[in-house]
Structures are given as structure tokens and as C-alpha cells.
Design a binder for this molecule. Structure first.
Ligand code: ADP
Length: 977
């Protein structure tokens, strides 16, 4: 039997497979998308489809064509890349094999279809190209949002790559594969850390010459200098590779340098058609042109629609360089540990926000379903970006703050703005779909309605100084978009169909050809009656009738008696017993029109739809500006909305490295606990001209916060970080009053995050993160440390914590502002040793004698941060509250009190080596005598057999000599130990 893989269709299939390595290939055959071989096995598993065999030995699994979007979504969610091969020709017209081509490649980072995207989150493709110069290793970066055409380039030190990528909602990373096709280890590290999809690309696509040429050709320029990219700019390879990937995935165009060079001189933007990979631009252009030429003469279905996609990627904006200066950096670790976009225990940016407090993240607080601060997806995406990438200059922050303040102060304006924004849909992504030939009738109508809000936005922003930049954007776009909006609205009906397959988008009375086609469908009878009457009158043949039958179609009939008088214009069609049947060119025309009326109406509508899309395509730049203005206005009013709801205040932003927060709250916890949340103050850093601080004594830059577990230390230090971050994003902050000195970076070290560091020990993670902080901290940074030194032995931990606190508090003349929460109360001694640099804060606890547990105290955590130190850890109380069995709690109290007694003996000559080491830490000199419930740090090491022996001795039964012998024996024991 012939090899089933040798058939022409399968040859076509394998060609596409070769052109799209690493992709699952969905191959359209009739009403199904089929997959074969390993793909069939994979897909049947991933989607639960039945695995069959096309012919013996060729596994096959297929999905009905109308389920495509659904299956694509599920496959992409599972991390697959999928190439879709469509039929580019009506199979009935095909001579031999049906013309097929890969029309799109769906990958996690290049999604554009609404059904595959989350409206509230960006989905960015990141291209990474490493550049070595000497010992220095840099990464050139390009970020492209396929759905909106946003294109940003940047570069960073190779070791900061993860941080750069983490704050940008990256859905997929592309990189240059090694010669053996493997992922370079430094890419692998980042991919593992961030858990994003990654795709290797041919390394030549990252060559600077190739990349530069591709960019120039696509944007129709002779130099990239206008985009701020020098000839050898490190970002060029990444930008070029990103563009090549987009072309391949969105337009099915496999980048082929030879074809590109050939096309370069001829076409600026290029007709990038959806043809099969490997087809040159010239061929594509010819195919599209011929398809367009044939558009009116014959019906065009889905195949033609695919062919007519034009100017693909026209929405892609020229690359914009992102300046590193003027930015506030949050690294990947802090982004996670402060729970900006996702909670530490899971729930990604896409996790649905559940209630008013959102999903427990800062972003969720603004964008959660219950919060609904923003009215448009564009506003939501921008607000997310603002929170993940705050500003780094006083001017930048103040100007945003001013705009937010406008909406806070003028609630009427805010309400009107919200009402106007409610009418605006995701025009940024709709414009993208239009440019990629993937817009639906509903998209077009939504676009028309949305951009018609332009005049309302202009009215609302008139004379509002703080909103002038947004107004300018709208104003510039107005001239171009208003007429298009007008045309869309006046031509399209109010309830557009989901697709163009059956027409129904355009109103009656706007196009004669469409009206006629529609009229013919509904009104063929009256036309015929009218025509019959005309003929009767014209030829004076009262017996003449116009009729129709299924076999012969339309005819004019004369009784046999009148047939003799039939005029010459009537041509004979059929002779019956008693009658003759005729036709005329007019009637043939009519027949033609009626029988094709429906398809002509649909076709006409399709052409009109394409024309309107074409008009919209002509103004994508203006739509993008309008979209940008809407996003900004929405994000600004969203921030104001949040501020008003919880009484947040406008922070004062200053250059000096200070931080003064009064009545500060944790934004997310406050939302959950309401008035039950206890506000707290903090004051750090000295500002020139400022006297003694109000809270916490000296305005030192390092605060050590001690207090029992569960008292609220973490909450407090996180809230300080979040308030600082919000202030830098231009937002109001949850406090009664706040002055925030400019911060260049927030560093955090809060709890181990396994997701980020799988495979490393908790302590190693802790130390790696701390090393990063100490190596990169500047006097402008804010450092948040929670429980440093926990992951190792108590002594090691204390020693490390001590040295780290000392480093931050005093190594430099201007130490960073730092908050250090610790259960090592020994550290509180630093306040005396480093006066003016370090200060102690503690969390207040209220104690009273227990009624149910005689001899012990009940405690309440007041969550109030006060100056001074604590020497209690209340671990056993917390354990009791947590529900440890009563017996275990009792026993731990016994152990504790016995240990406490030993500790009371202090550290003498007989101290263990551990104790002797610890004693050399100056802090111990300041140790406070323990009270009930406090396990002093080193007592746990006094567990010597000599002590057990001592405990056994019954003094009253010993003679003095025996006592002396015992003493000698025990002393010997201590020396041998
Ligand atoms: P610690 O870091 O001291 O162990 P946490 O900061 O984790 O304690 O706080 C423990 C719990 O106490 C929090 O989950 C929260 O419910 C509550 N809490 C903390 N701070 C406050 C506060 N200021 N007001 C009200 N409740 C608080």
C-alpha cells in the first residue's frame, strides 16, 4: 500500500510543519482542522479529542472548524504554540490539491484575538539579545504588544534581566537558540524564575545587520536614528527579531532574507499576505491584488477574506526607546513579595479578582471586580503598568498627582468622565485586529461608537490644566477620527452580527447595490409582476405571463394562440403543448441577480466592511493616540476613585531622603478589615531643615522593629513599602499625612518564595537576596527586611542579622532608609551603639491575668507600632492561639521556664563555644533580663550532661568529701565536653 505520508495533501502538511518548527499544526480539511502524527497524540491528550487513524499507521485527531478559537485558547493556555493552516481556495475550484497556507501562528506572547486575551492585562512579547563587550554582558530588549502595536526597546545589565522582564506582563520570551538548538543557560535561568513561555529563534534573526534592514524596510525609513536607535544600538537585534517573529505569527510570513531584499526596493509597508510560509513578498502582493480584482465578479467566501488581509502589522508603532533614568525600579523579588500583581501563595495577574479587596494584590485593589476603579480595559492595563513601573522623578510624579487630584477634588467632573469612558471600548486592540485583518463587525461598530466619544472628552477636559496632555492627544486625533466614526455609525446597524458570514451589518438606504440585492431577495415577486405589466403594455399581448420554475428558471409565457405575435426581442426557450416560453436579456439579468442576490448582498457587505476597515486602518495612528488619552484619563480617574473611597491623601513628594507617614495603613488589609485596621506612623531619614521627628524619637534611617510573631511587623513594613510605591506611581496613599522622599529602588527581603527559586535552599535564597540588596543599595533606596537570618542556626542568624543591620544603619554616611523586622531582640542594642542612625520600634501588646488559665497571662496584639524595644516573643501564646494541644503548650512552658533559669546564670567561663562566639557580639552587653514567656536567645545551648548530673545530686545526703568528689567529677565533665 502507498505510504499515507506521501499524498500531496500530506506533503503540504509536512512542508508547513518544517516551516514552523516547535508548533502544533492545525490543518484545515473541509469542516475540520486536522492534526497528524505526534501532534495528533499531543492534541488528543491536551483537548480530550479522539485519536483516530487517517490510514493505517497515520495517527490523526481533528476538531470542527467552528471550535477553532475555543481549542486555540485551551492550547495556548497550556503553553503550546499553534500554527493554523487554512484553505486559501474554495475546494470546489481547486484543480488538484487545495491551495493552503499558514494564516497565523498563535503563541502565548503574540495573541490578538479577544477570546484569547485578558482585557485587563497586557500580553507582551519580549525579545532578548545578549551583547558582550569585554567582561561586560548586557541584554538588548524589545517588547511588543501584538494586540495594540506598542513597541518598546530597552537594554539592561544581563544580571538584571529577570527584573526587567518581571514588571512587564511578558507572555513569551524569544531568544537566539544555540548552535545545537538549545536554550542558553542564562535564558533558561530567567525563564525558570519567571515561569514564562520561551521560544528559540534562528540566531541570524538576531544579527544586527539583518535586524536593522528588516526594521528599516518595515517602517519605510532609511535610518533608525529617528527612533532613537543608533546604527549599532544594542536593542536593534532584539527589535528586529521581535518584528520577524510577529510577521511570521501574525501574517504567516516566514522571514526569508532573500525575499526581503527583493521586496525592499519595491514596497514600503509591504502587502503581507497570509500565504504559506516561504512565499515571497512579491508573490503575496500579486495574489492579494488578483484576489481584490476578482472581488466583484465572483463570490468570495472565507478563503477570500483570508487572502484580502492587507497591510498586516500596519498598527505596529515604531520602536520607542525607554529611558532607564527617571524610573523607579522594583525588582522581580520585590514585585512578588510585596504582592503587587500576584499573591505569594499563587494567583497570577490573570487570576480573577474576586471582591472589593480584589485578589489580595495591590493591582487587584484597583482592578478587582468589586473595586472597578477603571471603566475601560485600556485604563486597567495602564493602571497596572503604572503600579508595576512607578515614576522616578519628582516632576513626573507631581504632574500625575496633579491630574489625580483634579478628579479627587472635582467629583462631578470625575462622574462625567466615568460616564463618557463607559462608552469607550478597547479601541487599542480593535485597531490592532483591524490592521491584522481579524476584526469582526462588532469590533468595527464598537470602534465607531468608542471614537465618537472624542467630543465629550474634549468638552470635559476643556480648561482643566492638569489634563492638558491628554486633551492634546484627543485634540490631535479628532480631525481624522470624527468623520470615520460618523461614517461607521451612520452606515452600520445598531446590533451588528458576530461575523460577516451572513451579512446584516449595514443599514438599508446607504448603498444602491446592496439595497437592490436585498430588495431582490425580499421582493422578487413584485418586480416580476411589474415586469409582466410592462411587457403586456409594450407588446399589447394581454395573455403574456412571467413565471418561474425550478428547472427552467424564469420565463415569459405566451398562449400558443398569441405565440405568432411574439416580438423578435423574445427569444424562445421552451415549447409546451399549449404555450411557448421565452426569455429576454433583461429577464436573464434579473434571474442572475435574484439567484445570486443573497451571495451578492453578503459579498457587497463584505466589500463595504473591508472598505470601512480600510478607512479605520488609515487612521490607526490617531486611534492609538485617542486610546492612549482614554487609558490615561481612565487610569487617573481610577486612582482618584480609589483615593476617595478610603480617604487616602495626596503625599508630599520631596527630593530629600526622608519618609514620614502618619496614620499609615496597609492598602489591601485596610480594605478587608475596614476600621478594624490599626494605623501606624513611621519616620525615617533626616531632611535638611527638619527638627526632631514626631514619631519614634530620632529621625534615624534604619528602624528595627521587634515584637511577637503575628503582632503586625510584616504588615507594617510592607505597608511602608506600598505607600512609598503608590506615592511614586502618582497615586494618593492610605495615610493621614505622608511625606515621601524620592526613592530610586525598593529592595525587599520578605519570606522565601519557592516559585522564584525552585531548587535552592531557603537560607541560600535568603542570603542571595540579601547579597543583592547590600551590593546594590544606594542612599536613595528603601530597604525592607523581614526576619533576616531565620534560615540558619540561631547564632549564625543573629550574627548575620547584626552585621547586616550595622551595614545598612551605618556603613555609609547616608544609609538607605531601611525597616528591619526581627525577632532577634538582641539587635535592639544597636540603637545605643549607633545613635541617630538606628532606632527601635516595637509592636504593642496588652497583657492581663488569664481567667481560664490561672497563673498565665492573656495577650492581645494591638498592632500598634511604638518607639522602643520589646523583649518578649510570646511564641507560646501564639502557639496556643494556633491550637497546639494543651499538653504540648504546658510542656513548652515547663521547658521554657527551666531554660530561662539557666539563662539567668549568664554566660560565664563555662559557656559553650556557641555562647562564647555570641558573647563577642557587642549587642549582648545590652541584653535585658528575661521575663515570663521570653526565651532568651542562647539558653537553648545550655544542655550539658553536667547540668543533668547536678540536678540529680541530693546535697543533704552527701558528706563534705563526697560533695568535693562530685564537684571534681562534674568539673571534669565540663572540661571534656
Ligand atoms: P508578624 O509579621 O509580626 O508576624 P503580621 O504582619 O503577619 O505579623 O500580622 C499578622 C496578622 O495581624 C495580619 O494577618 C493581620 O490580620 C493582623 N494585623 C497586622 N497588622 C495589623 C494592623 N495594623 N491592624 C489590624 N490588624 C493587623
Amino acid at each position: 500500500m502507498a505510504d499515507p505520508r506521501e499524498t500531496p495533501a500530506m506533503q503540504q502538511y509536512y512542508r508547513f510543519k518544517r516551516q514552523h518548527p516547535g508548533c502544533l499544526l492545525l490543518f484545515r480539511m473541509g469542516d475540520f482542522y486536522e492534526t497528524f502524527d505526534e501532534d495528533a497524540v499531543t492534541i488528543s491528550r491536551a483537548l480530550g479529542l479522539t485519536l483516530t487513524q487517517r490510514t493505517e499507521g497515520l495517527p490523526m485527531a481533528g476538531a470542527p472548524y467552528h471550535q477553532l478559537e475555543n481549542y486555540l485558547r485551551r492550547l495556548v493556555q497550556q503553553g503550546y504554540r499553534v500554527a493554523v493552516a487554512d484553505q486559501l481556495q474554495d475546494p470546489k475550484e481547486a484543480k488538484g490539491i487545495v491551495d493552503r497556507g499558514v494564516t497565523r501562528v498563535v503563541t502565548p506572547g503574540t495573541l490578538v484575538d479577544d477570546s484569547l486575551l485578558d482585557g485587563d492585562a497586557s500580553n507582551t512579547l519580549a525579545a532578548v539579545a545578549f551583547i558582550e563587550s569585554g567582561d561586560d554582558s548586557h541584554a538588548g530588549l524589545a517588547f511588543v504588544e501584538a494586540s495594540t502595536g506598542e513597541f518598546v526597546v530597552a537594554d539592561c545589565r544581563a544580571d538584571q534581566l529577570a527584573d526587567e522582564l518581571a514588571r512587564r506582563a511578558v507572555g513569551e520570551i524569544i531568544y537566539a537558540s544555540n548552535a545545537d538548538g538549545a536554550m542558553p543557560p542564562r535564558v533558561a535561568r530567567v525563564v525558570k524564575m519567571l515561569g514564562v513561555a520561551a521560544t528559540g529563534r534562528p540566531s541570524w534573526q538576531f544579527r544586527v545587520d539583518e535586524a536593522r534592514e528588516l526594521l528599516k524596510t518595515h517602517f519605510g525609513v532609511t535610518t533608525l536614528a529617528g527612533f532613537g536607535l543608533g546604527e549599532e544600538d544594542p536593542a536593534i537585534p532584539a527589535a528586529g527579531a521581535a518584528l520577524a517573529y510577529l510577521k511570521e505569527t501574525q501574517a504567516g510570513e516566514v522571514d526569508d532574507p532573500a525575499a526581503r531584499r527583493e521586496a525592499a526596493g519595491r514596497e514600503v509597508l509591504g502587502f503581507i499576505g497570509p500565504m504559506g510560509a516561504g512565499v515571497s513578498a512579491a508573490e503575496i502582493g500579486a495574489k492579494v491584488a488578483s484576489a481584490a480584482a476578482g472581488s466583484t465578479s465572483r463570490g468570495r467566501g472565507e478563503e477570500q477574506r483570508l487572502k484580502s488581509r492587507r497591510l498586516a502589522l500596519a498598527h505596529l508603532r515604531p520602536p520607542r526607546r525607554e529611558e532607564a533614568s527617571g524610573r523607579f525600579v522594583i525588582d522581580a523579588v520585590s514585585l512578588r513579595s510585596l504582592e503587587i500583581e500576584r499573591t505569594i501563595r499563587g494567583g497570577g495577574p490573570r487570576a480573577a479578582s474576586r471582591d472589593a479587596a480584589g485578589d489580595g494584590t495591590l493591582v487587584g485593589l484597583f482592578l478587582g471586580v468589586g473595586a472597578a476603579c477603571c471603566r475601560t480595559p485600556m485604563g486597567r492595563r495602564l493602571l497596572r503598568e503604572w503600579l508595576c513601573q512607578p515614576l522616578g522623578t519628582v516632576e513626573g510624579i507631581l504632574s500625575r498627582q496633579k491630574a489625580v487630584a483634579t478628579f479627587v477634588e472635582d467629583r462631578l467632573l470625575a462622574e462625567k468622565m466615568r460616564a463618557s469612558l463607559d462608552g469607550v471600548q478597547d479601541v487599542a486592540r480593535i485597531a490592532g485586529r483591524i490592521a491584522l485583518g481579524r476584526a469582526t463587525p462588532r469590533d468595527l461598530c464598537a470602534l465607531g461608537k468608542s471614537i465618537s466619544a472624542v467630543s465629550q472628552l474634549l468638552d470635559l477636559t476643556m480648561g482643566v490644566a492638569a489634563l492638558a496632555p491628554q486633551r492634546k492627544l484627543v485634540e490631535e486625533a479628532r480631525g481624522a477620527i470624527e468623520p470615520v466614526a460618523q461614517r461607521i455609525i451612520s452606515r452600520c446597524c445598531d446590533e451588528p452580527p458576530a461575523h460577516m458570514r451572513e451579512g446584516g451589518l449595514f443599514r438599508d438606504g446607504i448603498d444602491a447595490e446592496l439595497d437592490e440585492a436585498r430588495l431582490l431577495q425580499t421582493d422578487a415577486g413584485s418586480w416580476l409582476a411589474e415586469y409582466q405589466q410592462t411587457l403586456v403594455n409594450r407588446y399589447d399581448l394581454p395573455g403574456l405571463k412571467v413565471g418561474f420554475n425550478k428547472i427552467f428558471g424564469y420565463f415569459i409565457e405566451l398562449p400558443a394562440a398569441q405565440a405568432r405575435r411574439a416580438p423578435e426581442e423574445l427569444s424562445r426557450k421552451q415549447t409546451l403543448k399549449n404555450a411557448e416560453r421565452y426569455t429576454t436579456p433583461e429577464l436573464r439579468d434579473f434571474e442572475n441577480k435574484v439567484t445570486t442576490a443573497q451571495s451578492r448582498a453578503i459579498e457587497r457587505e463584505r466589500v463595504m466592511f473591508e472598505d470601512l476597515c480600510g478607512e479605520a486602518l488609515g487612521i490607526v495612528g490617531q486611534i492609538a493616540s485617542f486610546g492612549r488619552a482614554v487609558a490615561e484619563l481612565d487610569a487617573l480617574q481610577g486612582m482618584a476613585d480609589r483615593a476617595v473611597r478610603r480617604g487616602w491623601v495626596r503625599p508630599e513628594i520631596v527630593e530629600e531622603p526622608v519618609l514620614r507617614i502618619h496614620g499609615g495603613r496597609h492598602p489591601v488589609l485596610e480594605e478587608l478589615l475596614g476600621s478594624g485596621f490599626v494605623p501606624n506612623d513611621v519616620e525615617l531619614g533626616t531632611a535638611a531643615g527638619h527638627g526632631p521627628s514626631e514619631a519614634g524619637g530620632s529621625p534615624a534611617s534604619l528602624a528595627l522593629i521587634t515584637g511577637p510573631n503575628m503582632a503586625g511587623k510584616s504588615t507594617f513594613i510592607r505597608q511602608v513599602a506600598l505607600i512609598t510605591l503608590l506615592a511614586h506611581a502618582g497615586s494618593y496613599v492610605p495615610a493621614d499625612r505622608a511625606t515621601v522622599g524620592l526613592v530610586d529602588r525598593i529592595f525587599t527581603r520578605i519570606g522565601a518564595d519557592d516559585a522564584l527559586h525552585s531548587g535552592q535552599s531557603t537560607f541560600m535564597v535568603e542570603m542571595t537576596e540579601t547579597a543583592n540588596i547590600l551590593n546594590h543599595v544606594t542612599p536613595r533606596s528603601l530597604v525592607i527586611l523581614d526576619e533576616i537570618g531565620r534560615g540558619t542556626s540561631t547564632l549564625d542568624g543573629l550574627s548575620l542579622a547584626w552585621a547586616i543591620a550595622e551595614f545598612l544603619g551605618g556603613a555609609a554616611e547616608n544609609g538607605p532608609r531601611a525597616l528591619f523586622a526581627t525577632h532577634y531582640h538582641e539587635l535592639t542594642g544597636l540603637e545605643e551603639r549607633m545613635p541617630g542612625r538606628v532606632k527601635n520600634l516595637h509592636v504593642a501588646v496588652r497583657e492581663w491575668p488569664s481567667a481560664t488559665d490561672p497563673g498565665h497571662n492573656e495577650i492581645i496584639f494591638l498592632h500598634r507600632i511604638l518607639p522602643g524595644r520589646t523583649d518578649q516573643s510570646y511564641g507560646i501564646h501564639v502557639a496556643r492561639l494556633a491550637g497546639l494541644p494543651k499538653g504540648v503548650v504546658e510542656r513548652s512552658r515547663e521547658v521554657l521556664s527551666s531554660l530561662a533559669v539557666h539563662q539567668g546564670a549568664g554566660i560565664g567561663k563555662s559557656a559553650t563555644p556557641g555562647e562564647r562566639a555570641a558573647a563577642s557580639i557587642p549587642a549582648l552587653a545590652t541584653r535585658v533580663a528575661p521575663r515570663d514567656g521570653q526565651l532568651a536567645l542562647f539558653t537553648e545551648y545550655i544542655n550539658h550532661p553536667a547540668i543533668a548530673q547536678l540536678r540529680e545530686i541530693k546535697i543533704e545526703s552527701l558528706s563534705p568529701m563526697q560533695a568535693f568528689d562530685e564537684l571534681r567529677r562534674i568539673k571534669l565533665m565540663t572540661e571534656q565536653a
